[in-house]
Design a protein around this ligand. Structure first.
Ligand SMILES: [Zn+2]
Length: 267
């Protein structure tokens, strides 16, 4: 009997087990399906549009991070995120108006801490993943804390983590109905570090910083607001818009949509 293991053998990044690892998604597959834009495969963009966009039938997964048991342990949390941000978003989040337009959405039936746990579970998997698409996510000294929250939120404090959600609106009638899935990346809000992730129509800004979000963002965060809130942002004035339309396909689709007079078919 030999206890020598192949040097390349991978261990589960959660429990350390050397059992066979599974095809684990970081962003659940359901969200990739939202970005199919009429094709069978979702359009995925890395590097803010500088690299050629790719298509992948089931999104991006990593076979080197989780064993079956740990993958399954995240199942209920992933389901909650998919339910709230995708399947029942339109029922749960009611629009709030101001100055004649939608300024945001609010939901009273959501457990903010469970939604935040979902976001952090995705963030942790992105940090331990070796896929290029998630290469911009590196939690460093906060990686263990993120893992603890992902697998046992009841025994954890949120510490440096919090999140704000937003949804694009189309004031200029650009007609960009299905944004491609941009790779997550780190950015700063008045010096406070947060990672931007796309979840279908919703954009999450997941804070990894001991400081709070600056106001007025802070009062809309999942930890500080008494209800779950989604801030409405105008797509045409966002820096992501440039990355979205810099792909030929995106430009063509936007033009087609404008001509057809379609807009916001998933409002
Ligand atoms: Zn495991």
């Amino acid at each position: 009997m030999s206890n020598v293991r192949p040097r390349h053998m991978l261990h589960c990044r959660c429990c350390g087990s050397a059992e066979k690892l599974v095809k684990a998604h970081v962003i659940p597959e359901a969200f990739f399906r939202e970005h199919r834009d009429g094709s069978d495969m979702p359009l995925i963009i890395s590097g803010a549009g500088r690299e050629a966009p790719k298509r992948s039938p089931i999104g991006i997964y990593d076979t080197g991070i989780l064993c079956l048991r740990c993958e399954e342990a995240l199942g209920a949390t992933d389901s909650y995120g998919i339910d709230v941000l995708l399947k029942r978003f339109g029922q749960l989040f009611l629009p709030k108006s101001g100055l004649g337009r939608t300024v945001g959405f609010e939901a009273t039936e959501i457990a903010n801490h469970r939604l935040l746990q979902f976001l952090i579970a995705v963030l942790w998997r992105a940090s331990v993943s070796s896929q290029d698409f998630y290469g911009g996510v590196k939690l460093g000294p906060h990686e263990d804390a993120a893992k603890q929250i992902a697998f046992d939120v009841a025994a954890s404090s949120f510490g440096v983590f919090d999140a704000i959600l937003s949804k694009w609106r189309d004031d200029e009638g650009i007609g960009l109905v299905t944004p491609p899935l941009l790779n997550p990346h780190r950015e700063r809000w008045h010096g406070v570090n947060a990672y931007r992730f796309y979840f279908g129509q919703v954009v999450a800004y997941i804070k990894v910083d001991a400081r709070s979000f600056p106001e007025p963002l802070r009062r809309n965060s999942l930890l500080n607001a008494s209800t779950a809130r989604v801030v409405s942002r105008n797509i045409a004035t966002s820096k992501d818009f440039g990355a979205m339309v810099s792909t030929t396909r995106g430009s063509v689709k936007a033009e087609e949509a404008r001509r057809a007079g379609r807009r916001g078919n998933t409002a």
